[in-house]
Design a binder for this molecule. Structure first.
Ligand SMILES: [Zn+2]
Length: 387
């Protein structure tokens, strides 16, 4: 129940170093390590992927830097850049939620706490989502949930490997139940991606990954990687101690503790992450027992920007009328085919899948396809060598 004086002093010290760190101005040249307090030159720190030179502690890293480190230069294609949050509950505390969003957007130059998109990771096409803790503590509101869901659906349609890098304080309280329902929404999109489309999903846990994010997609990865010494948990340490009336072990809720208890698969330092992902994907690509995935029919197609804007305007005009449901029902949702795009099928699936796909007696067709496949590869090779 009571915290010992020593641990209280320790905590105060820690929060002091952290606060000093937070108070450093955005344009300043120096920062302080959250763990050992060493003063670090920001330019060198960024070149070292925000890992402390003195103690190897992994400091907070923003989403753009992470994308820069993981995705091959010039191949990043962002998705849903324009989605930004509104204030559906008219929530306010000392400030209104709208003001808080605007502050965070100006400070971080982000629309919300996540960047999503596709790109090549050592020439393998991947769909990547990177959460950003600097935007309102990386909290998951309806925009974060929607962007992740759309990314998963896109990856399922195109046959991409999915990688989500988590850094979050949990669900966004200012959006109440709308942010809580994102957990279920993402989990159901993931279910189609993993169980129907049979595709591979990596979840990368960084410090901190807590609350609703841990309780949904962070722990649903086919493979869960974590950064060393990251804080990963659901409820806060003190809450659990008070509920259980027990003292928790020193390394409780760290990635090492999770690994010991079978909740994550690998602890990987940031500097080796890209290589580890590349090698694991290659390993999975050649597994013999892979089954071809199929997407269920009647899944709603994503809206294009124009339709989205039309709906938004129509919604604003009809906001106060009783026929909201009726007018939403008027939009027709077109079915899409359950086929993956042909280029991905060839380049990405292993040869076993191509064999399974084609009737064995229809050998001619197979030969045609494999010639086409070879041609694609040759032309890609020529293109790459030219550059
Ligand atoms: Zn340090």
């Amino acid at each position: 129940m009571f915290i010992s004086i020593l641990s209280w002093i320790e905590e105060q010290k820690k929060s002091k170093t952290q606060n000093q760190n937070k108070n450093s101005e955005p344009g300043s040249l120096w920062t302080r390590c959250d763990n050992c307090g060493t003063i670090l030159y920001i330019k060198h720190l960024k070149e070292n992927q925000c890992i402390c030179f003195a103690c190897g502690y992994h400091l907070q890293m923003n989403s753009r830097e992470r994308i820069k480190n993981l995705i091959d230069i010039g191949t990043w294609r962002p998705l849903d850049e324009t989605l930004s949050p509104c204030n559906p509950l008219d929530f306010y505390d000392q400030k209104t939620y709208t003001e808080r969003i605007q502050d965070a957007q100006e400070r971080t130059k982000l629309q919300d706490a996540i960047l999503t998109g596709t790109g090549l990771l050592d020439e393998i096409p991947v769909a990547l989502g990177v959460m950003d803790f600097s935007f309102m503590g990386g909290s998951m509101g309806s925009v974060v949930g929607e962007k992740i869901t759309r990314l998963i659906e896109h990856a399922a349609r195109e046959g991409y490997v999915l990688i989500l890098i988590c850094a979050s304080g949990g669900a966004r309280m200012q959006e109440g139940v709308l942010s809580l329902m994102q957990m279920a929404k993402i989990a159901s999109a993931l279910n189609i991606y993993q169980s129907s489309a049979n595709l591979l999903y990596f979840s990368i846990l960084t410090s901190p990954t807590t609350g609703g994010v841990t309780a949904s997609f962070a722990m649903l990865g086919d493979l869960i990687f974590a950064e060393p010494n990251a804080l990963i948990g659901f409820a806060g340490r003190r809450v659990i101690e008070q509920t259980l009336q027990e003292k928790l072990p020193e390394n409780f809720q760290t990635s090492e503790y999770l690994l010991d208890h079978g909740l994550c698969d690998l602890i990987i330092p940031r500097s080796f992450l890209k290589q580890a992902l590349y090698e694991t994907i290659l390993l999975y690509k050649d597994t013999p027992y892979k089954r071809i995935g199929k997407l269920p029919k009647n899944i709603q197609r994503p809206f294009n920007l124009l339709t989205e804007e039309r709906i938004r305007r129509k919604y604003i005009n009809n906001k106060n009328c009783d026929n909201e449901i009726e007018f939403l029902e008027n939009f027709s949702f077109i079915d899409f085919s359950d086929q993956f795009s042909i280029l991905n099928k060839f380049i990405y699936n292993s040869s076993i899948n191509i064999f399974e796909e084609i009737d064995s007696d229809n050998f001619q067709e197979f030969e045609q396809l494999s010639t086409m496949y070879k041609e694609i590869l040759t032309s890609l090779n020529i293109l790459l060598n030219k550059n």
